[in-house]
Design a protein around this ligand. Structure first.
Ligand SMILES: *Cc1c(COP(=O)(O)O)cnc(C)c1O
Length: 221
C-alpha cells in the first residue's frame, strides 16, 4: 500500500476527537511530501537537528511536533517554529523553552511526559513530580509556554495487558492533573499510542496518536 492509502486507512478509523501525528523520523522529504499531498499537516520527529533540516525544506503550513527526548541546549534551534513539544520531563527544560519562546515573541505548547513504562530507559516524571511543578510559583511565571496535556510511552513488549495498564495509568494521571488549571496550564491532550497499539490507546482515552511505520513503512536505521 502507498503512503496515501495507509494514511487514509488510519484516518478513516479515527474518532473525531483523536489527532494523528505522522512520525517521519529517518524518512526522506519525498515521503513527507506524499503524506502532505494526501492532506496530512501534523508531523512528528524525535531529533531536533533532523526536524530543523526538514522544516527548512518543506511547506510552512506543516505543524512540527517534537516527540523525542529534548536536550536543553538544542531548544533554541526549534523555538521559532515548533508547534508542540511532547517530551517535557523536568522544570529546567520548561524554563529554557520559555526563555527561547520569549526571544521569538511566541508561546510554545508543551506536554508533560509521564513515565508509564516499567523499563528503566524510558523518560518521564511521576504524577507527583508533574503536579508539584504545575502548582509552583516558579512555573506560574513562565508566560511563554503552555502545558496542554500529557504524553507517555508504553513498555516495548507484546504483552497487551501490560500496555493497557500503562495507558490506563496515563489516563488516570491526566484526570488528576487536569484539576490544576492556571494561566499557563490547561490540560486537554493525551498523547499515547503508536503503530502497534493505537486502537488500544484510543480505547484507553488517547486524544493524539503518534504513528510512523504503519504510514511510512519500517525504518532502516
Ligand atoms: C518513533 C516514535 C513513534 C512512532 O513509532 P511507530 O511504531 O513507527 O508508529 C511514536 N512516538 C515516539 C516518541 C517515537 O519515537
Amino acid at each position: 500500500m502507498s503512503i496515501h492509502q495507509n494514511l487514509n486507512h488510519i484516518k478513516s478509523q479515527l474518532p473525531k476527537h483523536v489527532a494523528l501525528v505522522a512520525v517521519t523520523k529517518t524518512k526522506p522529504i519525498s515521503d513527507i511530501m506524499e503524506a502532505y499531498n494526501a492532506g496530512q499537516r501534523v508531523f512528528g520527529e524525535n531529533k531536533i537537528q533532523e526536524m530543523v533540516e526538514k522544516y527548512a525544506q518543506l511547506p510552512k503550513e506543516i505543524e512540527w511536533h517534537m516527540i523525542g527526548h529534548v536536550q536543553r541546549n538544542k531548544v533554541k534551534y526549534m523555538a521559532s517554529f515548533v508547534s508542540l513539544i511532547h517530551g517535557v520531563d523536568n522544570f529546567k527544560l520548561l524554563k529554557e523553552i520559555n526563555k527561547q519562546a520569549q526571544k521569538h515573541n511566541r508561546r510554545i505548547n508543551c506536554l508533560m511526559q509521564i513515565k508509564i513504562a516499567s523499563e528503566e530507559s524510558k523518560f518521564g516524571m511521576t504524577q507527583n513530580e508533574a503536579s508539584s511543578i504545575l502548582q509552583s510559583e516558579a512555573f506560574s511565571e513562565l508566560k511563554h509556554i503552555k502545558i496542554i496535556g500529557v504524553m507517555g510511552m508504553a513498555t516495548f513488549t507484546n504483552n497487551k495487558a501490560q500496555i493497557k495498564e500503562e495507558f490506563q495509568l496515563l489516563k488516570l494521571t491526566f484526570d488528576e492533573l487536569k484539576t490544576i488549571s492556571t494561566n499557563n496550564c490547561e490540560l486537554k491532550t493525551i498523547s499515547m499510542g503508536m503503530s502497534d497499539y493505537y486502537h488500544l490507546a484510543i480505547d484507553c482515552g488517547s486524544t493524539m496518536i503518534r504513528v510512523g511505520s504503519s504510514i511510512f513503512g519500517e525504518r532502516n536505521y
